[in-house]
Design a protein around this ligand. Sequence first.
Ligand SMILES: *[C@@H]1O[C@H](CO)[C@@H](O)[C@H](O)[C@H]1NC(C)=O
Ligand SMILES: *[C@@H]1O[C@H](CO)[C@@H](O)[C@H](O)[C@H]1NC(C)=O
Ligand SMILES: *[C@@H]1O[C@H](CO)[C@@H](O)[C@H](O)[C@H]1NC(C)=O
Ligand SMILES: *[C@@H]1O[C@H](CO)[C@@H](O)[C@H](O)[C@H]1NC(C)=O
Ligand SMILES: *[C@@H]1O[C@H](CO)[C@@H](O)[C@H](O)[C@H]1NC(C)=O
Ligand SMILES: *[C@@H]1O[C@H](CO)[C@@H](O)[C@H](O)[C@H]1NC(C)=O
Length: 306
Amino acid sequence: MKFKIWFTILLSLQIFDFSKSFTVNCNFRMQSLTVIGSVYECLTTNIPLTSGEVITNVTGTHLSGMSSSNVTAVYIQGNYTLTFFPRNFSNFFPNIKAMTVYYTAIETLYGDEFDEFPLFEYIWWNLSPLSTISSRLFENNPKMVQIDFDRNQLERVGYNLFTQFNVTQLRRLCFHTNPCINSATATTQANIINVISTLRQNCTYEAPITTTIRPPLTCSDDTIENFVCDLKDSMTEVQDDLLIKDDEIAKLKADLVAVKNELGETKNELGETRAELTIVQSTLKWVKSELEWLFNHHCMCDIKIF
Ligand SMILES: *[C@@H]1O[C@H](CO)[C@@H](O)[C@H](O)[C@H]1NC(C)=O
Ligand SMILES: *[C@@H]1O[C@H](CO)[C@@H](O)[C@H](O)[C@H]1NC(C)=O
Ligand SMILES: *[C@@H]1O[C@H](CO)[C@@H](O)[C@H](O)[C@H]1NC(C)=O
Ligand SMILES: *[C@@H]1O[C@H](CO)[C@@H](O)[C@H](O)[C@H]1NC(C)=O
Ligand SMILES: *[C@@H]1O[C@H](CO)[C@@H](O)[C@H](O)[C@H]1NC(C)=O
Ligand SMILES: *[C@@H]1O[C@H](CO)[C@@H](O)[C@H](O)[C@H]1NC(C)=O
């Protein structure tokens, strides 16, 4: 009886441990990444995370002269089985500034995934079924210079994704080949602003903006605290309304841009028509003079043409 209980406890502890901790096997290598250049990278393949695991050990042989503190990048290459973003990499590699992610099964980035990387400046996440990115993904990553989310299944990108850091320091933004956006890779300031604006027009999802911004309404008794609390709630509501207004303004702006583009096209078409008319006119002039010459020299008739 006693044995059975202990056995059960041991077994469940073991199952618990197994599902929560994970050892990452690294292939350490030097890599050169677009925009940020040389990094010392841990390449890890086929990590089978499914729910809530944290990294509790890292194995692999460092290149000579290198150690964990030199690791500045992680390259995760899945095989479409990885459904949970691995946590606690920074416990082993405190200087991570870049991450490359391929072939995962992750569909949503909830926003806290990169919180543990204060030096983060580069993400290349592609060829995955990723459909949703929370507005607060880069909330703790003020240094972002390159953001690539090409060839995923993006349909919802938080409207405020680009208000969390200084976007003028971005040097590359790439969101091509997604259901809601297929903009070419942007590397100039103007193109980057265009991609952000397209993302806001094409991929905004409204609900999470209000749910992430608005804290739960917590007012209780009829005390002075309650009064302050009410005020806070009202302010939050006003803030939400302003965000929605922002969104509406962005949409109006997009409509104006569309009208402007159409006007541009119409202008071009008018220009083309005008050029064609000029050609027709000169052709007619030529025909007229030819005919006049013919009549004058052969027929001698006094016929007026045109
Ligand atoms: C994909 O990764 C999982 C988890 O490591 C592994 O069990 C499976 O064999 C891998 N499949 C292929 C095709 O490599
Ligand atoms: C971590 O992995 C290394 C290398 O395999 C091993 O020597 C060490 O005992 C492991 N540490 C823990 C806490 O499992
Ligand atoms: C590796 O890190 C150590 C300190 O952690 C540093 O002294 C050394 O210069 C680094 N090596 C390279 C190649 O960056
Ligand atoms: C993982 O990191 C979090 C945040 O730093 C920490 O609270 C937690 O204890 C870590 N877990 C492990 C198993 O190291
Ligand atoms: C944002 O980044 C640009 C380019 O790096 C810089 O010139 C500007 O001063 C920054 N603005 C703020 C508010 O930090
Ligand atoms: C934005 O969405 C519209 C309508 O679905 C689509 O025609 C257009 O190509 C999209 N723009 C980009 C840059 O993907």
